[in-house]
Ligand binder design. Structure first.
Ligand code: AFP
Length: 295
């Protein structure tokens, strides 16, 4: 089944938006080979921007502005929320145009992450009406959720996204993706990591959040980029990484946490809001919440 057919029954603007982002994803992927240099600029987080980050961000912004499908757009590469006059829809989106971009030079999987709202995006993730990501790996895949299941499509040789997995449910699994530096772990996090290791969990951490969470969505287990000594809020962003991927995993039967509560319950304090991230199976998420709750 093609993506367009699968989207039948959803609101027209949402159907068009998912298809549009899929088309933009194809354009972004084609741009990788000729844009691997590092640019001379930094994003709002002080991170050096790859030429590709900036280009991909602009391709998405221009494409979505021209589509008239988006009124509000927040991007990991932009300091403020953009508002598009003349939009025919009230959709708000968050975008991480190229999560994991530092891995392109070593040919590891990276992706475009999108959160979808009606109206403002500066609300808790539980207000989201959908989320999706395009993963550029050995396959180019598109995974979307509009609150009626999580569904994955693969780009076929004809350039069509065709259904690969429908109604994905996160299984039980013993892999974990532990970000950050062990010697800086906070007490609760270290206890949790040691419990997973004692239970035989194997490390699967690539440096690409979207790719690592995609693997856990299909195989079970948990991803974490925790708060650490000296950086208690962690590295990853609530709006651009935690909420959209957390929404998809929760909709697939999993759970999220900042170490204490669902990521989707958190009121963002701005576009740059960083949070400790735990995304994966309910068992692993309940364990970190219980450990921290007992501290
Ligand atoms: P880049 O987009 O700069 O490559 O960062 C990727 C990321 O935001 C996320 O995708 C990874 O899980 C995390 O950073 C990796 O961080 P470390 O490089 O500190 O392990």
């Amino acid at each position: 089944m093609k993506l367009e057919e699968h989207l039948a029954g959803h609101d027209q603007d949402l159907r068009e938006l998912v298809l549009k982002i899929g088309e933009i994803g194809k354009v972004i992927h084609k741009g990788f080979a000729s844009r691997q240099s590092v640019s001379d600029t930094q994003n709002v987080y002080g991170e050096t921007q790859m030429a590709l980050d900036k280009w991909a961000d602009q391709v998405l912004i221009d494409g979505l502005r021209e589509s008239g499908l988006v009124k509000y757009l927040a991007s990991e590469e932009q300091p403020d929320v953009l508002e598009f006059e003349g939009s025919k829809s009230d959709i708000g989106i968050t975008q991480d145009p190229l999560d994991g971009s530092s891995l392109i030079g070593v040919n590891l999987a990276v992706g475009t992450i999108i959160g979808i709202f009606r109206g403002s995006v500066l609300v808790p993730g539980q207000e989201m009406i959908g989320a999706m990501y395009v993963l550029y790996g050995p396959l180019t895949t598109l995974t979307y959720c509009l609150k009626k299941g999580v569904h994955e499509f693969v780009l076929d040789p004809n350039g069509e996204f065709v259904l690969q997995s429908e109604d994905i449910r996160i299984p039980d699994g013993k892999i974990f993706a532990p970000g950050a530096i062990r010697k800086k772990y906070l007490d609760g996090h270290l206890k949790w990591i040691e419990a997973l290791e004692a239970d035989g969990y194997k490390i699967r951490f690539s440096g690409s959040f979207v790719a690592d969470v995609h693997q856990i969505l299909h195989k079970g287990g948990v991803f974490t980029y925790p708060g650490i000594v000296g950086s208690e809020q962690g590295k990853l962003r609530l709006l651009f990484e935690g909420n959209p991927m957390g929404f998809i995993v929760e909709q697939a039967g999993g759970a999220t946490s900042d170490g204490y509560r669902s990521l989707l319950s958190i009121q963002p304090d701005g576009v740059a809001h960083r949070v400790p991230i735990y995304v994966g199976g309910k068992k692993e998420i309940n364990l970190i919440n219980n450990i921290n709750g007992g501290i």
